[in-house]
Design a protein around this ligand. Structure first.
Ligand code: FES
Ligand code: FES
Length: 155
């Protein structure tokens, strides 16, 4: 086991973890933050997307021990975030989810897109979202939801 110390959703966390433990398993099984979903578990689908030190990352292929000292933010850490609240509303209005399995990762990716790309058009949003797969929606609603929030302007 290896000692691990990091910040998860603004809370300092210290734990002993097996070196092979993924960040996703650490968050879900040890921190009980089950909003981080696991789909492919090999870095393809984006369901496990979290923020690590301010950038989106796939927690299924990040080893927990490599996050020593990092700031990790999961979907639960966005509960009080004003931009995420706008995205939640837009996802609902645009029917941007069906089963919801991809949605936590999709919303973290969407939050990152809106923050970085105030001028993003539909084509750019689709490129930026290409690392997040959805089996249900056909993507149109997701893209429209992000576009709606971008058009409504920054917070
Ligand atoms: S579960 Fe991590 S990318 Fe699919
Ligand atoms: S809403 Fe079902 S996978 Fe995206």
């Amino acid at each position: 086991m290896t000692a691990l110390s990091l910040t998860v959703n603004d809370t300092r966390v210290a734990a002993e973890v097996a070196p092979r433990t993924s960040l996703a398993d650490f968050l879900r099984d040890r921190q009980l933050l089950t909003g981080t979903h696991l789909g492919c578990e090999h870095g393809v689908c984006g369901a496990c997307t979290v923020m690590i030190d301010g950038a989106p990352a796939r927690s299924c292929i990040a080893l927990a021990v490599t996050c020593e000292g990092a700031q990790v933010r999961t979907i639960e850490g966005f509960d009080d975030d004003a931009l995420m609240a706008r995205l939640r509303e837009a996802f609902g209005a645009e029917h941007a989810l069906q089963c919801g399995y991809c949605t936590p990762g999709m919303m973290i990716a969407a939050h990152d897109i809106v923050r970085r790309l105030a001028q993003a058009d539909e084509a750019r949003i689709r490129v930026e979202l290409s690392g997040n797969l959805c089996r249900c929606t056909g993507y149109a609603g997701i893209v429209h939801a992000i576009r709606r929030v971008i058009e409504d302007g920054a917070d």
